[in-house]
Design a protein around this ligand. Structure first.
Ligand code: ADP
Length: 391
């Protein structure tokens, strides 16, 4: 049983082939520059394959040819791929969990395009391309937002006139749901119980925190779009909404330009001039004050939200760190966990310094609140969900 996981962007298509018996990834890669000149496939374990990919359909053909290739391929027949799982960013309120793809489902996903204009249309291109090349293979859509659909209304509503919710669906949705879902289930296994009050810090280039009570998300930091909440690589996270008009006037920008500014020019990049966390850390170590400020601001917001979510759940049993920054760098975890002794976190600083990219406990054996690194695996969640629905 093998499942192909597809994550299509507007000019890219990432894939993983996962064997569901072992739950191991057996091949992965990324088609880049689709629709542009110089399109290529970076297939793990092989040389880059340059091939014309005017649309996503040709990209999918190149992927399948590569998976079938006598030298670098991993399957003998397309029949070995029993289903395709597609990452879809925004479900709106239409779907609260993964769904088998039908023509109607594609239309329903498209109805939410304006809430994720950079992502949903590209995800649909990926779905249609796979359907064109593998029309008989069952396909499933797995949404970034779905895990957060259990949030109570008091958490997801914005205090705007109620009609903008009923008429325009303006509310908090949350993102990185597949990652939060994976980490929540791994944390429950590590703690040996389901009824956990858990805070998950997904800290990557995009970053979000979720509060999960007994396996159900009750709040998360991202909102209608991924712009809300934590400071990120290039996103501002929370700002006073009045900033939009004020900046528009001062910088002579329209609303879309300011939104773009908040999404692409802000965050770590805006404060320090650098958006990759490694570069910001290096600059800070060389004495760059702006880089230090950026990291202080990033960590401060993480700890503040953990405090807020501990209050929202009237307690906390476990804190989990995941994604590029959460798994790899001791610094953020050190800042955050050493500041939470008031909650009952007995932080193991030595251990934290040594571990990266592995499941690891970051608190001492008798710590009231436990903390872990739990490396995320979003593709595996998509494959598991796909398997569950096509069985
Ligand atoms: P995304 O999937 O949102 O693109 P990732 O989860 O891959 O993001 O995380 C990317 C971020 O993780 C980058 O800011 C990168 O600098 C950071 N990162 C990766 N490795 C390290 C490391 N060893 N130390 C510090 N930051 C790291």
């Amino acid at each position: 049983m093998k499942i192909l996981v597809v994550n299509a962007g507007s000019s890219s298509l990432k894939y993983q082939l996962i064997d569901m018996t072992s739950e191991k990834m057996i091949a992965k890669g990324n088609c880049e520059r689709i629709g542009e000149s110089g399109s290529l496939l970076e297939h793990s374990g092989g040389d880059d394959i340059f091939a014309p990919m005017p649309t996503h359909t040709e990209a999918v053909k190149v992927v399948l040819d590569t998976l079938l290739d006598k030298k670098i391929g991993v399957i003998k027949s397309l029949k070995e791929i029993c289903a395709v799982g597609h990452r879809v960013v925004h479900s709106g309120e239409t779907f609260t969990e993964s769904v088998k793809i039908t023509p109607k489902v594609i239309d329903q996903i498209a109805e939410n395009n304006d809430m994720a204009p950079l992502h949903n249309p590209a995800n649909i291109l990926g779905i249609k391309a796979c359907l064109a090349v593998m029309p008989k293979t069952p396909m499933v859509a797995v949404f970034d937002t779905a895990f957060h659909s259990t949030m109570p209304q008091k958490a997801y509503m914005y205090a705007l006139p109620y009609e903008v919710y009923t008429q325009h669906k303006v509310r908090k949705y949350g993102f990185h749901g597949t990652s939060h879902m994976f980490v929540a289930s791994e944390a429950a296994k590590l703690m040996g119980r389901e009824d956990l009050k858990l805070v998950i810090c997904h800290l990557g280039n995009g970053a979000s925190i979720s509060a999960v009570n007994a396996g159900k998300c009750i709040d998360t930091t991202m909102g209608l779009t991924p712009l809300q909440g934590l400071m990120m690589g290039t996103r501002s996270g929370d700002v006073d909404p009045a900033v939009v008009e004020y900046l528009g006037n001062k910088l002579n920008m329209n609303v879309s330009e300011v939104t773009n500014y908040l999404n692409k020019k802000s965050g770590m990049l805006g404060i320090s001039g650098l958006n990759d966390f490694r570069d910001v850390c290096d600059a800070m170590d060389k004495g760059d004050e702006r880089a230090k400020l950026a990291i202080d601001m990033f960590c401060y917001r993480v700890i503040k939200y953990i405090g807020a979510y501990a209050a929202a759940m009237n307690g906390i049993d476990c804190i989990a760190f995941t994604a590029g920054i959460g798994e790899n760098t001791y610094r953020v975890r050190d800042f955050v966990l050493s500041g939470l002794s008031f909650l009952g976190v007995d932080f193991d600083r030595e251990k934290n310094y040594k571990v990266r990219r592995v499941v690891a406990e970051l608190t001492k054996p008798n710590s009231k609140v436990k903390a872990f690194i739990i490396p995320t695996n979003e593709e595996l969640v998509i494959a598991r969900e796909t398997n569950r629905l096509v069985k």
